[in-house]
Design a protein. Structure first.
Length: 215
């Protein structure tokens, strides 16, 4: 892995934002926590932040969040540039970004509001995991947006044939954590807990049960 890291380090000087972000993404996907390389990636990405796009921002944030490595001032810059370019984010980029900020415990209310508004406008483009990850992310960030959570709940109910136990449990936990749980979704969750009883892992049962009892 040392030779791979060295080769990756040498490429950073080429100054291509997408390659820098892709390098971070690849190492996080492989669960390789190379601190010197990550520090170099953060520094290089920061110097090119104005030239980067939505995919770069979301890949960088997701990579550092996956490894749970704080990237220093880069995160603040990603947030500022993401806010300015939020209209160019697609569904995957929106979901990955807010998930990453939550994972790194980075709170930025203007960005949360912008991601929320952009997400509501394109929820039909979100896959199930994007929907539940977005809901989950706003819970630890302490961001309450009832229209968004209600809209996500409605979208999940519309696709009830795609229900996956863990995603259901995560959605319920997220809504309950911030005190927002649509009653129609709550009733559907109670039915789903019975239907998927054999598929829920202990954590899923615990999270969904807690959510239903809380609200």
């Amino acid at each position: 892995m040392t030779s791979i890291s060295s080769a990756a380090m040498s490429r950073l000087s080429e100054g291509i934002p997408k390659e820098i972000a892709s390098t971070a993404w690849a190492f996080s996907k492989l669960a390789i926590e190379d601190r010197p390389l990550l520090a170099a990636i953060a520094a290089s990405a920061l110097s090119l932040i104005r030239e980067s796009d939505a995919q770069c921002f979301s890949n960088l944030a997701w990579a550092f969040a996956t490894l749970v490595v704080q990237p220093g001032p880069l995160l603040e810059s990603i947030a500022a540039e993401s806010l300015a370019k939020i209209s160019s984010f697609d569904a995957q980029e929106l979901a990955n970004s807010v998930w990453a900020f939550a994972r790194l415990n980075f709170v930025n209310k203007p960005l949360s509001e912008a991601i929320s508004a952009s997400s509501m406008a394109r929820l039909s483009d979100f896959v199930m995991q994007n929907l539940t990850n977005t809901a989950w992310a706003f819970a630890p960030l302490g961001f309450r947006n009832k229209p968004l959570m209600d809209s996500i709940s409605s979208e999940l109910l519309r696709r009830n044939s795609e229900f996956i136990p863990q995603e259901l449990a995560n959605m319920a936990w997220s809504c309950a954590k911030i005190g927002l749980l649509d009653h129609t979704f709550r009733n559907a969750l109670l039915v789903a807990r019975v239907h998927f009883a054999g598929e829920f892992i202990t954590q899923d049962l615990s999270n969904s049960g807690w959510a239903c009892a809380t609200l």
